[in-house]
Design a protein around this ligand. Structure first.
Ligand code: GDP
Length: 289
């Protein structure tokens, strides 16, 4: 699938590589290209401007280190400024906590809940999974199977249509587990009732972390989607799934930019062990590569 932010940025890099020499007009053109690419990918306006201005200022003021061409230096600056957006690396603490996962349908929330459960369980913490996805009937069963594989308890109320009720019960019944992971409902699109539901769940659960789960192939819509979730509940971290596919994950950059929340993990497969810590430098190399 075409990853439009990555594609535009790669075009810009190609333009620089092919240019005879780097002068002010090329720099300005490149800066305009980057700005346009970021805005089209729903990166917040002030962030897109800040990033492109930084590139412009540095490209005009700084001198390449000896042995490096102006062209490569300009590419290096772009690369560094992109890494800087993602650069706020965040370690998810190994401590008792409540995690709430949010995201649209099919992004990989339930699978990721299982992966996180495995991660904390392996580190020796007691973990409980809580099935608050009431809109996808199979979600509870899916989580239950995952729990059985991991030997981690799963709380849910089969047939219950009110996610709030499940959360209220779970908060009481699962309170002795050190890490409680709440899977929530997704929809095909962001609807008002979904937003209301996750706001209420946040009130009930009082989570320490709210992770937005985004499919790497999402591209263009990532920024808008991330912003809507962020405005509703305040996202504290982003998890990008399906990074094992061909998508380069440009949408992730927009999501991070729209929420100000760092990427905490990436999903690299369908299995429960396919969860990796996020490395901003590697990610940007992939996006531009
Ligand atoms: P939910 O609706 O957001 O809860 O999504 P699911 O967890 O049910 O995942 C939707 C599909 O994506 C399932 O087929 C998962 O196996 C698959 N999936 C989830 N994470 C990954 C990943 O990191 N890589 C791959 N290849 N598939 C994934």
């Amino acid at each position: 699938m075409l990853d439009s932010l990555g594609e535009s940025l790669r075009n810009t890099i190609r333009k620089i590589s092919k240019a005879g020499y780097v002068d002010e007009s090329l720099i300005k053109e490149v800066v305009r290209d980057i700005q346009r690419a970021l805005l089209r990918a729903d990166v917040e306006v002030h962030l897109a401007l800040k990033l492109s201005k930084n590139v412009e200022r540095r490209a005009l003021e700084e001198k390449p280190p000896s042995g490096m061409s102006h062209r490569d230096f300009l590419i290096k600056i772009i690369y560094e400024e992109l890494v800087a957006i993602l650069g706020k690396e965040k370690e998810v603490a190994l401590k008792p906590q409540k995690l709430m996962l949010v995201g649209l349908y099919g992004q990989g929330k339930t699978t990721t809940a299982g992966k996180l459960a495995r991660y904390f369980h392996k580190k020796g913490l007691s973990v409980a999974l809580i099935a608050c996805d009431v809109h996808r009937p199979a979600a509870y069963e899916q989580l239950k199977q995952i729990g059985e594989q991991l030997n981690v308890p799963v709380f849910g109320i089969p047939g219950e249509k009110d996610a709030r009720k499940i959360a209220r019960e779970a908060v009481k019944k699962m309170k002795d587990y050190q890490v409680q992971i709440f899977d929530t409902s997704g929809r095909h699109a962001l609807e008002d009732d979904l937003i209301e539901e996750i706001k209420d769940l946040k009130e009930i659960i009082q989570p320490d972390e709210i992770f937005l789960v985004l499919d790497a192939t999402i591209g263009q819509q990532a920024g808008k989607q991330a912003k809507a979730f962020h405005d509703a509940v305040g996202v504290t971290g982003v998890i990008i799934t399906k990074m094992d596919g061909s998508a380069k994950g440009g949408g992730a950059l927009s999501a991070v930019a729209a929420t100000g929340a760092p990427v905490v993990f990436i999903g690299t497969g369908e299995h429960l062990e396919d969860l990796e810590h996020f490395n901003p430098t590697r990610f940007i190399s992939r996006l531009l590569g």
